[in-house]
Ligand binder design. Structure first.
Ligand SMILES: [Zn+2]
Length: 467
């Protein structure tokens, strides 16, 4: 009799490191291969070893291009996996940039650490290098939304739009179990009901099993409309005072959303012609991919209409996209009001650190945080109102105003998640992954209160037979 089971090897009781393994008699399908993110030693131990032999995997399905979903693919292939890697075309394109960047960061990080600790003979090794990232990239097989494919014999699969970031998908898999043919849907990360750019997540039909994220299982987001009013107010003040608005931003999705809001405010003549600089080579490359795919079905109708009408939704007379270091440094000598959008989003590295270092001690500066700030990051310290922070070993007094836009999120909130599960109506079981214990427990409670049965919160390494 056909056997089938699913096991959870990451993002089980935590947010990062998504890796789930679906096994049938005829093959093993890995759903995502994400990196654990956290403090160096803890994360390194979790990332370095796989809980299954990489060579035993027959197919990999990638939901989207965030590093906590794709960031360990280069290590998987470096360690002997030979499987094809299925993803939507935009996910493949964006992941290639993300994996190469992750390799470069690790190589740079190791070089710096090893030099610093040379006297103590302490060394660290990067998990993988740029060659391994290229190896993973060479395994991609593009599958558009809705296009059927067979990752292993006897399993038919298709990607559905997940509405989370450009190219993001859910995996719908039909497979044989002892009880008959069943449908399992893995959501990856799930978008919100309403976003600026993307189409609403596509609810699956006739699901028997659902594996769903629970990042914001305990929270409700503010409405998106609040963001433009707030930004317009801050721009008016910066214009009057000749100050800078510095926005630490994730290069994928958040940067493009903020640029689009500014573009719209300009069209509606609600803001003056304030210069805008997008200072992040990765954001520049990703925005090019957004432009290339802007007629794609991933985007919502409203955005596609706007883009057709506007012609250049991420460009206008006063915006400059900066790639080179020299262009970035030249911003220090410019006077007058401006907006600088730069990475990383939690101020953990990248060019944003230079902008903060040079401008935190000015009262006319506004630091506008536009996303989740994890514990222990510089972004979080600023958000918590710390008056002195260290950057590159130097202490800086914070005279700048620090503000947060809470309405940005690429994740479904509790109400969105509950509505999604009810619409999918998985008859045989719902597995909650990708959430801290509190968020996950809150979502499990909300689902139970809503009459959803068979909700499970798998532990790390736990396996379940599917029937
Ligand atoms: Zn994500």
């Amino acid at each position: 009799m056909a056997k089938a089971r699913i096991s959870f090897h990451g993002a089980a009781g935590e947010v990062t490191g998504s890796r789930h393994l679906l096994e049938t008699d005829r093959g093993r399908v890995l759903l995502d291969c994400g990196m654990f993110q956290g403090h160096r030693n803890d994360a390194d131990a979790k990332n370095r070893t796989f809980r299954f032999p990489p060579a035993s995997v027959d197919a990999v399905l990638l939901s989207h291009a965030h590093v906590d979903h794709c960031g360990l693919l280069p290590l998987l292939y470096k360690n002997g996996c030979g499987a094809p890697l299925y993803a939507t075309p935009s996910t493949a394109e964006i992941s290639a940039i993300m994996m190469a960047d992750s390799a470069r960061l690790q190589e740079g990080d190791a070089k710096f650490y090893n030099k610093l600790h040379a006297a103590e003979r302490l060394t660290i090794e990067p998990l993988y290098g740029e060659d391994d990232a290229r190896l993973a990239e060479s395994r991609f097989r593009h599958c558009a939304y809705g296009q059927p494919f067979e990752p292993v014999p006897g399993v038919s699969a298709a990607f559905l739009n997940a509405g989370h970031v450009l190219g993001s998908s859910m995996a719908q898999l039909d497979l044989e179990t002892p009880g008959g043919r069943r449908r399992l849907v893995y959501t990856g990360d799930l978008g919100r009901e309403e976003t600026l750019l993307l189409e609403t997540p596509q609810p699956p039909k006739n699901a028997d099993y659902l594996v769903i994220e629970s990042t914001y299982g305990d929270r409700l987001h503010e409405p998106l409309a609040d963001a433009s009013g707030k930004l317009a107010g801050l721009i008016a003040r910066a214009w009057k005072e000749g100050g800078r608005i510095i926005i630490p931003s994730f290069a994928l999705e958040r940067t493009q959303e903020i640029v689009l809001i500014i573009d719209k405010l300009r069209h509606e003549r609600l803001i003056p012609d304030i210069p805008v600089y997008v200072d992040s080579p990765m954001a520049v490359s990703l925005t090019e991919i957004f432009n290339k795919h802007r007629d794609g079905l991933c985007f919502n109708h409203k955005f596609r209409e706007y883009a057709r009408h506007d012609g250049d939704p991420f460009g206008f007379a006063y915006i400059r996209y900066l790639r080179s270091k020299e262009e970035s440094q030249s911003l220090n000598n410019r006077r007058g009001p401006m907006i600088v959008i730069s990475a990383s989003g939690m101020c953990e590295g990248g060019r944003i650190l230079h902008h903060l270092r040079n401008n935190l001690e000015k009262e006319t500066t506004t630091v506008l945080l536009a996303g989740y700030q994890a514990q222990g990051t510089l972004g979080r310290r600023l958000q918590d109102g710390e008056k002195k922070v260290r950057i590159f070993g130097m202490e800086h007094e914070v005279l700048a105003r620090v503000d947060t836009m809470h309405s940005f999120s690429s994740h479904a909130d509790r109400n969105d998640l509950v509505a999604f599960v009810k619409a999918a109506n998985p008859a045989r079981g719902t597995f909650l992954v990708h959430g801290d214990p509190d968020a996950r427990a809150a979502l499990a409670g909300a689902l139970a209160a809503g009459g959803v049965k068979n909700v499970r919160c798998p532990a790390m390494g736990e396996a379940f037979d599917l029937d």
